[in-house]
Design a protein around this ligand. Structure first.
Ligand SMILES: Nc1nc(=O)c2c([nH]1)NC[C@@H]1CN(c3ccc(C(=O)N[C@@H](CCC(=O)O)C(=O)O)cc3)C=[N+]21
Length: 291
């Protein structure tokens, strides 16, 4: 069997074009969508990601501001920064780059982001609304995976989706979004015995374990759709996913590469969420003026 490679870069570009049109519309009404990115410390990977996010914002005419704080910033100073951003009229979305240094209470930081500006979809309010199927910002990576499936013409309803990994930011919400589209969902994780016996039942397999080349063809049912959310470095420091692409590619019907699969979609959905935040704020401001 030969598999179709799902091109996240291309699909992401296509979506970005339509997001860019919405940015132009907002500009005609005097609004420039603004994203604040808070970066704590000097983690080189975080710096690269943050630079990519800023570049992507600017490429479609959005405004992005980087708030760089030292590694030893206090919890209170960080919370103050976020409270300040919550109040800013020109900032529609706030993203605090994770992970944060160990002395910082990550949960408290995320909970301080105003839900109206939580374009990452990580805050307790956003997560709760997502679980209830209410209107909210969806976490960018799972949201991006849903768009990849949609744009690739892959039906989700009635399929068995197996998620490997249960992180708050990928595995858990990924299962919810698939469930909302009528998939049957199984969660697996590090304590799942005989993992291949579960993954081999997957019509759609989501690999979000954070271990390089962990998923091999022994885990795959022939014809399965394989979505690789991992971003790891192999022994040669080369970027690679959680899926051993060369091993799995022939067995899968569709597969996402790393790089060029899910990663570009994560950033695309961050742009989408930020533009949506700006649109919502404009609508609200208009409604208030008419009262
Ligand atoms: N608050 C927060 N929100 C995040 O969304 C968030 C975060 N913290 N911390 C780190 C992770 C990681 N992440 C990536 C996004 C895009 C690519 C991406 O575009 N990757 C390219 C390759 C980039 C390269 O070449 O290094 C690709 O897969 O093709 C990767 C990683 C967002 N994260």
């Amino acid at each position: 069997m030969s598999s179709a490679i799902i091109n996240g870069k291309e699909i992401g570009q296509e979506i970005r074009k339509s997001v860019e049109k919405r940015v132009e519309k907002l500009k005609e009404q005097g609004i420039i969508p603004g994203l604040a990115v808070v970066l704590v410390g000097e983690n080189p990977a975080s710096k690269t990601y943050v630079a990519n996010k800023q570049k992507s914002c600017e490429a479609i005419g959005m405004f992005s501001e980087l708030i760089k704080l030292p590694e030893d910033v206090t919890q209170e100073a960080l919370l103050d920064q976020i409270r300040g951003l919550n109040e800013r009229e020109d900032i529609h979305g706030i993203l605090v780059q994770l992970p944060l240094p160990k002395h910082i209470d990550e949960e408290a930081v995320i909970a301080t982001i105003s839900p109206e500006k939580d374009v990452d979809g990580f805050s307790p309010v956003s997560v709760g609304k997502m679980m209830l199927g209410q209107d909210t910002y969806l976490p960018c990576t799972p949201f991006g995976v849903m768009k990849l499936l949609e744009h690739s013409g892959i039906e989700v309803a009635g399929k068995h989706a197996v998620i490997v990994g249960r992180s708050h930011i990928v595995g858990k919400p990924m299962g919810q979004l698939l469930l909302q589209k009528d998939a049957t969902v199984t969660y697996t994780h590090s304590k799942t015995p005989d993992l291949p016996s579960f993954t081999k039942q997957a019509d759609i397999l989501i690999a979000a374990v954070g271990r390089a080349n962990f998923i091999t063809k022994e885990h795959i049912k022939p014809g399965a759709v394989v979505i690789d959310v991992g971003i790891n470095r192999d022994e040669n420091n080369k970027l690679c996913g959680d899926v051993d692409f060369a091993d799995v590619a022939d067995a899968a019907s569709h597969i996402t590469p790393v790089p060029g699969g899910v990663g570009p979609m994560t950033i695309t959905m961050l742009l989408e969420n930020t533009v949506q935040a700006a649109e919502k704020k404009l609508e609200q401001d208009k409604a208030e003026k008419n009262m």
